[in-house]
Design a protein around this ligand. Structure first.
Ligand code: SAH
Length: 216
């Protein structure tokens, strides 16, 4: 896998584009400017890897648009060593970005083919502390809870209660909620029983589905 000056130049332009669209978290922008997104896409999409667009990654799934990744990651306000759960590994790009910000990442995918591919790529890139699981994200990873942060990268018809239970007190969950179009929610756990729910901008995600899929 090669990362050339040309790729670096395209990444710098992407960062400028994200800045112009309102992303202001410098740590997130630096991470996006450093992480080669083209490693996470099929060779056929290499030329487009630094456009602010989603792309197919197989199994009817997509790698999220860089703006969406930047927006969700900024809302999480990741600090070093935090334990972060990601639901929807997909290509592994978002997980890699979280690891670059110093998080200890636990990422779940329900499609076996995508899980295998992302796991192999992430271990090859050696970006930090990332563990991949083939699981149903609706259920989270209770054995590793509580998590300081939880990010869901597929559109959820409603907020999965089992995930809320796995959020640490003071922790933040960023999740797109809705059937056809989703609104981003930033949920902060204030105490055992109380949550603050901020409803933010509209996005369009692939759906959060139940169960795991071991077919291809
Ligand atoms: N974060 C990804 C984008 C993934 S698209 C990236 O950086 O590339 C959303 C992903 O969520 C898809 O791969 C889809 O298969 C997965 N997904 C959908 N429902 C899920 C569930 N219940 N549990 C785990 N993963 C799920």
């Amino acid at each position: 896998m090669k990362d050339s000056y040309r790729h670096k130049g395209m990444r710098r332009q992407l960062v400028e584009e994200l800045r112009n669209k309102g992303i202001s978290d410098e740590r997130v922008l630096t991470a996006i400017g450093t992480l080669p997104r083209h490693f996470f896409l099929d060779k056929a999409f290499e030329e487009w890897a630094y456009k602010d667009k989603p792309f197919p990654i197989g199994n009817e799934q997509t790698i999220s648009q860089p703006y969406t990744v930047a927006y969700q990651t900024s809302l999480l306000n990741i600090k070093k060593r935090e334990k972060v759960l990601e639901v929807g590994t997909g290509s592994g790009y978002q997980a890699a970005l979280l690891a670059m910000l110093g998080a200890r990442v636990y990422t779940i995918e329900r499609q076996e083919a995508l899980y295998e591919k992302a796991k192999a790529l992430l271990s090859k890139l050696k970006l930090g502390n990332i563990r991949c699981y083939l699981r149903d994200g609706y259920k989270g990873l209770p054995e590793f809870a509580p998590f300081d942060k939880i990010i869901v990268t597929a559109g959820a018809p409603e907020v999965p209660q089992l995930l809320l239970k796995q959020l640490a007190i003071g922790g933040i969950m960023v999740i797109p909620v809705g059937e056809h179009i989703q609104r981003m929610h930033r949920i902060t756990r204030l105490s055992e029983e109380e949550f603050d729910d901020q409803v933010l901008a509209n996005f369009r995600f692939v759906p959060l589905l139940k169960g795991i899929n071991t077919g291809s």
